[in-house]
Every structure is written in structure tokens, then in C-alpha cells.
Design a protein. Sequence first.
Length: 274
Amino acid sequence: MPDTAGRAGPQDLRADCANCFGLCCVVPAFSASVDFAIDKDARRPCPNLAADFRCGIHTRLRAEGFRGCTVYDCFGAGQKVSQVTFGGRDWRSHPETAKPMFDVFPIMRDLHELLWYLTEATRLRPARALREELRLALKETERLTHAAPAVLAGLDVAAHRRDVNALLRRASELVRAGCHPKDHRGADLFGARLKNADLRGADLRGACLIGADLRGADLGLADLTGADLRDADLGGTDLSASIFLTQSQLDAAQGDSRTEPPPALTRPAHWHAT
């Protein structure tokens, strides 16, 4: 639940599938690939979605070819839409809610993702000069998440994201000041050999690091916002001081028992032992 100041707490920015109507199993489309075993059209329930809105193969997703499901993160948007926006009325029992609920879910997910980044930014001590601006942006984004379905559906979330991202970039620059950081923003580093590389304070926002060898790389204070870490090898890498790294990015990567995630994140179960 939100804290006493009306802001979303950390628990509200994590998926709570028990209080969601399986929205991530219905709204997105996916194609048969290394990440998904089948094709699924948008807004069509996955055949693995059970009557109670739980995944029938949740404990076997990777083995059954649904790795993409294991790295998806709604940042708590699913339960917000299900229990707050639509007051606990599910799309099966109340079919009139299906279309507006499915319309709203991706918008709410974007807003909750921004809430997560803003919350992280408020914890960065070097960014304290922006504390009031971050607080106001957090408050406004939280306010938007409580809007009525019709208001949410008409929201220009892309414009709001641009404004928030500009603020987050300023926070990132303050944190990384003095590191003489490398600018790899949006870089194509697919399969790059970066073992033991000095990437301290690097700007890796939106970088493609699919399959990159990052074993032992120095990623202290590196900004990993939106970096694609699918199958990147993070064996022995200390990520504890990197910034804006999400759980889904960790889940998509490979690591081992020597890999150090940031304190707020969890070591993925599929990472192998050293």
C-alpha cells in the first residue's frame, strides 16, 4: 500500500501476481522464438493462464520455453490496475472491463516503471541537489496512477516519460561526476568482449549488451538504465554500486555466486554456482 505521504512504497513496485488478473499473460503479444515457445496475439489469454489467473507452468517456464515470461516485470502495475483502477472487478466476471483494462495496463506499467526509477533516484546521495524536483515528479507520477480509466487511456505518457527521463539523466550525471565516464549511451555492444573492462561511471543507458562478456568488469556508478543485458555474462561482476539496474535486467543476464547485485535486488535462481 502507499505510505502515509501517499507515495508508492517498494512493495507496491514489485509484481504481486496474487492480486492481479493475469494482465501480463493477456495484454502483450509474443512470437515463437528463443524466449517464447508459441505465438500469442495481443489481448488473447496465454493458454497457460489458469482460471484463477495464475500461470499453470510458473515453476517450469524456462524448461517449457517461456524464458521471456521469467524476465518480464510490470513494476506492480498489474495489481494497481486490477485492485485500484478497476476495484477488484476482473475481466472474466465483468467482460465490460476487458477492453478498458487492457488499454490501461501498458500505460500503468510505464508509470510504475517511472515510479521505480524516481524512487531509486531519491536514494542517490550525490543527487540530493535535485531532491525537491525528484519529490515533485514522484508525487505527480503517483497521482497519475490513481486517475480514472478514461483519463489514463488518454494520457500522453510518452511526454511525461520524456520529462522524467530528463530529470533522471541530471541525477545520473551528478552521481557519475568525477568518474571521467565513458559515453556508451545507446551503443551497440552486442557480444562485446568487456571482461575486466573499466566501465566505472559509464553511461550505458539503452546500450545493447546482449551476450556481452562483462565478467569482472568495473560497473561501479555505471548508469544501466534500459541496457539490454540478455545473456550478458556477469560472472564475478560487482554490480552493487551501479545505478538504475532493474530486477528484470538481472533476470535476463547470466551470473554466478561471485556476482554482486545491488542491495535492493535479488540474485536470480537460474544463475549458476561458481
